[in-house]
Design a protein around this ligand. Structure first.
Ligand SMILES: Nc1ncnc2c1ncn2[C@@H]1O[C@H](COP(=O)(O)OP(=O)(O)OP(=O)(O)O)[C@@H](O)[C@H]1O
Ligand SMILES: [Mg+2]
Length: 510
């Protein structure tokens, strides 16, 4: 007799259907084929133990299990439940009527209870696409899968629950999540608000411009100036996530096992700040058991690299390709998987090793060579992908107390959203979402400047010794500044402000 049960295998952020075929004839043998990894092979011990503990007899049969398609790698312990149900069905402990209706996955403990697994959102989406009526998952996973509409999500606590459910001896209500109310809840403002930042008008403005055009940004300033504080507040002024963006980001967090216990959706833009000792694999993803890296966990949000010169040069180099392509391809053995990685890069650094070069309140103890060497630690090609450089000075403590709380994130976000709306109309149907992503051709089309602007730009570039690479960046950023003002043309004032955001290109300063 040949029986089939169904599971799924993660491939990047998608899951593909896996059919588990079982063939049982009299005899005593057990073989598992179809590219299972060692964790899947070990499932036999867990399954047989769980069966015994729950009063099922271990079959005295020659069992062959094939996991198809054979060229798709099956990893981890999440197939325990699928395999156990196959074996129980082959020994006629389970009626087979419902086997075709559900995709089922879960890790078994030796006593038959089910442990949660990673990546349930892509798995549930796969079940719906494949036309299943529902999915059977460990109870702890059920809310995470239930964001997928039109799919019955059956949350179960143990192997015995599944057996009773499939034998129609126990009814289990499908888990339901009101995706819209959950989504709307996440759109509300958090406690981390720009209102907490006092003074620092120029940096707040630079962040607003960066958010409005999706520009990468670098802050340079002394310790304690508030760089980390402000970077953390950037997601609060970015446009709220759309439902599609929320689902895609949730898939990545689901695969990485980073969703909170009761969280079913990532509803706020992520903010990731990996330490400078981060390995390349942890940063971009991959490894033996491929996982999304920090750049994918920051997808649709912000990646913050604090103390930029402290990162290994090789780590920063690997960021170049995903910054261009907005995704990362992780190759492993003969297989490769893609993870999305569309994030805003925000970096921070001190201006010199002691941190006080250019600080009016402290004396810098570094030599000019040390200052140069420090700045040179950042790779040129990475700097090339950063549109906005912003110098930041500390607000003295005595003044902090006097200053009024700043504008709230909600007010700033409203202006950002309006500027993004203009960009959405400009780039409709091109696959580009904001000014920072403009191609050279678009740049020529949308960033035209008049003779006065051209004259000013040439003059200032020469005067400040700006490099040619700064030119395109200035045009892109001035387009965003014009959008924030609702101006169809780029004016001289917009250009002037954009020029002020190229401090690291100046040959004269720093
Ligand atoms: N403009 C400001 N308004 C309100 N609080 C501020 C401001 N500037 C600094 N602070 C306070 O100082 C603390 C230190 O700031 P933060 O850690 O962001 O500095 P930093 O520039 O990242 O320094 P480092 O270079 O040491 O990392 C903040 O947590 C905040 O409490
Ligand atoms: Mg800091």
């Amino acid at each position: 007799m040949l029986l089939k049960t169904y599971a799924a295998a993660l491939q990047g952020i998608h899951a593909e259907l896996v059919t588990v075929e079982i063939h049982a004839v009299p005899g005593v043998n057990f073989s598992l084929v179809g590219l299972p990894d060692s964790a899947v092979k070990e499932s036999r011990e867990r399954i047989f133990a769980a069966m015994r503990v729950n009063g099922f007899s271990v079959p005295h049969k020659e069992i062959t299990i094939n996991m198809a398609p054979a060229d798709l790698k099956k990893e981890g312990s999440a197939y325990d439940l699928t395999l156990a149900i196959s074996i129980l069905a082959a020994t006629e402990a389970i009626r087979t009527t419902h086997l075709d209706e559900y995709l089922m996955m879960g890790e078994l403990s030796l006593d038959g209870t089910l442990q949660p697994i990673h990546g349930v959102l892509p798995i549930a989406l796969c079940a719906r696409e494949a036309g299943f009526k529902g999915i059977i998952l460990p109870l702890a996973n059920a809310r995470k899968a239930a964001v997928v509409q039109e799919l019955r999500v059956i949350g179960v606590e143990s192997l015995l629950d599944v057996v009773r459910f499939l034998n129609d001896q126990q009814t289990i209500e499908p888990t339901a999540v009101d995706i819209n109310s959950e989504f709307m809840l996440g759109r509300q403002m958090t406690d981390i608000d720009f209102q907490d930042v006092r003074g620092q008008e120029n940096v707040r403005r630079a962040m607003e411009v960066a958010a409005a055009g999706g520009h990468n940004m670098l802050m340079v300033g002394p310790p304690g100036a508030g760089k980390s504080m402000m970077a953390k507040r950037l997601p609060s002024i970015l446009p709220p996530l759309s439902l599609d963006e929320a689902l895609e980001t949730t898939k990545i967090h689901s695969i990485a096992g980073l969703l909170e216990k009761n969280q079913s959706l990532v509803t706020r833009r992520p903010f990731r700040s990996p330490h400078h000792t981060v390995t390349e694999v942890a940063l971009v993803g991959g490894g033996n058991n491929p996982r999304p890296g920090e750049i994918s966990l920051a997808h649709n949000g912000v990646l913050f690299l604090d103390e930029l010169p402290e990162y290994k040069r090789s780590s920063l180099e690997v960021l170049r390709q995903p910054l261009e392509d907005r995704k990362i391809t992780v190759a492993r053995n003969r297989l490769s998987v893609d993870y999305p990685a569309s994030f805003m890069l925000v970096a921070a650094m001190n201006p010199c090793p002691c941190g006080h070069y250019g600080d009016p309140t402290h004396v810098c103890t570094c030599t000019p060579t040390q200052v140069h060497r420090y700045k040179d630690k950042i790779s040129g090609p990475l700097l090339d992908r950063v549109d906005i450089h912003c110098e930041i000075q500390a607000v003295p403590y005595s003044k902090l107390k006097e200053l009024q709380p700043g504008e709230s994130s909600e007010t700033i976000r409203a202006r950002v959203v309006a500027a993004r709306q203009i960009q959405q109309e400009r780039f409709a149907g091109t696959g580009i979402h904001c000014n920072a992503q403009m191609t050279p051709k678009m740049l020529r089309r949308y960033c035209q400047i008049d003779a006065r602007g051209d004259e000013l730009l040439s003059y200032t570039m020469n005067k400040l010794g700006l490099s040619a690479r700064a030119y395109d960046r200035i045009l892109k950023v001035s387009r965003t500044i014009a959008d924030l003002e609702g101006s169809t043309t780029i004016q001289v004032t917009h250009l002037m402000e954009a020029i002020s955001y190229r401090c690291l290109d100046r040959q004269t300063s720093l």
